[in-house]
Ligand binder design. Structure first.
Ligand SMILES: C[S@@+](CC[C@H](N)C(=O)[O-])C[C@H]1O[C@@H](n2cnc3c(N)ncnc32)[C@H](O)[C@@H]1O
Length: 223
């Protein structure tokens, strides 16, 4: 349910997971926070876009793609820039995030969501994966949290474990690819992917951010 914005806030809402806030910073960037924890901003979006670019490059035929986590839409937008993509399902757990993208509270939102290949689903990606048909996707990208070692939502821990990853394997078509964003290199996630899919690769991706160069880690595997 929407709540009246506090000074500095563009919009705030409360869900069963807590408070979601969109704030306009002094530098002009929009910032998404959940329960006061920084999730992302509009100033430095390289990592969100590189997630899509790196995963698309590793996937031979990314016609049907699932992205877990809409956020401010940068990964989805980068996926749709690839002409090979025929359908993109983006699953977002916070209805307010979807609403702010749709209604222009996030100014680029309506343009980013206008592509007719895109379907936005308001759901927990774990549930969406459980409900998807066998072999439904060529590429699954998970960027719903900061990785297994930096969770914003404790229940998301399950997403990085073999039972959930077995569900990802089931919805991947033969030859399909899964790529998982993480703020850290996670040997446990690498092992879980290898256990379920046979082998995993870990790529460190350097990104500029807030005046310094940092890294994020892409954990991926093929079916
Ligand atoms: C880091 S942001 C994603 C950023 C996105 N890649 C982009 O380009 O803007 C993570 C998003 O995942 C959502 N999320 C968190 N847990 C989720 C879950 N279990 N299922 C679906 N979405 C989830 C959050 O509400 C947030 O919008």
């Amino acid at each position: 349910m929407d709540q009246p914005p506090a000074p500095g806030d563009v919009a705030r809402a409360r869900s069963e997971r807590g408070e979601v806030a969109l704030r306009r910073r002094d530098d002009g960037a929009l910032e998404l926070r959940v329960n006061g924890v920084f999730v992302m901003d509009t100033l430095e979006t390289t990592s969100e876009r590189l997630l899509a670019d790196a995963a698309l490059a590793a996937c031979e035929r990314p016609e049907r793609v699932l992205v877990g986590g809409l956020g401010l839409g940068y990964t989805a937008h980068a996926v749709l820039a690839d002409d090979r993509v025929r359908r993109l399902d983006v699953v977002e757990i916070e209805p307010a995030v979807v609403a702010w993208m749709r209604d222009g509270t996030v100014p680029h939102g309506p343009a980013y969501l206008a592509d007719e290949r895109l379907r936005v689903v308001e759901a927990d990606v774990a549930v969406a994966l459980a409900e998807a048909a066998d072999g439904a996707y060529d590429l699954v990208l998970l960027d719903v949290d900061n990785g297994p070692d930096n969770l914003v939502h404790a229940p998301n821990a399950a997403l990085y474990t073999p039972p959930l990853l077995a569900g990802v394997r089931r919805v991947l078509a033969p030859g399909g690819t899964v790529a998982v964003w993480s703020a850290t290199h996670s040997p446990a996630l690498e092992q879980a992917l290898a256990d379920v899919l046979g082998a995993a690769t870990v790529q460190e991706v350097a990104v500029p951010g807030h005046g310094r160069v940092g890294s994020y880690w892409l954990h991926s595997a093929h079916r």
